[in-house]
Design a protein around this ligand. Sequence first.
Ligand SMILES: [Zn+2]
Length: 417
Amino acid sequence: MSKRPKAGIQSTIGSNPERNRSHNRRVVLDVVRQFGPVGRMEISRHAHLSTQAVSNIVEELVADGLLIRGERLRAGRGLPPIQFAVNPEGGMTAGVEIAADHISTLLVDIGGRVRAQRTLSIPRNDPEAVLPAIKTEITAAQAQLKSPAPQLLGVGVVMPGPFNVEGMTSVGPTTLSGWLDFDASAELGHMLGAPIALENDATAAAVGERLYGAAKAFKNFCLIYFGRGLGLGIMIDGRPYRGANGNAGEIGHVLVEKGGRLCSCGQHGCLEAYASLQALTERLAAAGIRRVDYAHLERLHHEKHPVVETWIQEAAGYLAPQIAMLENLFDPEAVVIGGALPPSLLDDLTRTMQPLPLSVASRRNRSEARLIGGKTGRLTAALGAAALPLLETMTPRLDTAHAAHREQPAEEVSLAG
Ligand SMILES: [Zn+2]
């Protein structure tokens, strides 16, 4: 947030009143965003803060232009409570997805409305090429707005994982080159002059589906995410689960075929070597069809191209048992599947996986399908990224040293609602 202390002057977690204040501001803002217009009493109930604390924070947020005071709501006798709502013009966050071959940028106002979006193809994905491009894209997105751009409250940046794993090839088509040991958060923050929240793409996509998409009603779900590779976002009790190093959910590198196809990580037989956009484009390239973009892929699928059809069969065959495994491990309300695949192709893949193997999710009385398609499409991860600066108080984990600068313990963060 705008009043967040600089990293260097932070002390240990939980002992800094300034940090608690900043955290509480976010909680209050999030409550108003979700339930607004609301009065102080109701905010205090949802935020688990005293009404006095809420009053102070609300006054600050109004003064900062992030909340607006509304009508007094008539409710019984006495002076009706003043209602507060978020001021959509009060601030924006940017969501940036750094993918292997493109950067997607979104501007989202604090009311949750997407105000501008851009996608840029990038020939190189190293930090030297990507950093200036992010700045240019955010500026260009701000210039698309009709009114003067509201203040930038933070930038959520997502990129494919895994982060800093020794022995895994870090330079490969599904990962980005040159980011190992690069302090992305500090460099981006310095360049953009705004707080940065860094996340892996699949986890951000799960946040995106939870807030805007197919998982609105779910507190416990898994998201199979098709980027260039294959990722998994895990939402437990309304909170993204990240693991000790932010690398939870690297389902793409689960071994599914001993001695199988070579994966970008250097191992043979990973799930991603079969069930990913990378695997599909490799098959197409082998058949002489190169440089396939989204629209081209959609067309090939529509034409029932044999390479695409064969890939669907193979990918479904490897993916279906993993869905059952996720259900057995996490007992989710549903598994969502989404990301950069054209919707028709994703539907076809989902259909081909049926019937799913038996798992703990096989219940006669369930109302939801076990496997459902994501709703937010190619922008899911960027949407989730844009929500991070407001909803999340975590900082990056590309470098474990950053853990000491976490603004709040992750347990206090919740997307529950
Ligand atoms: Zn692998």
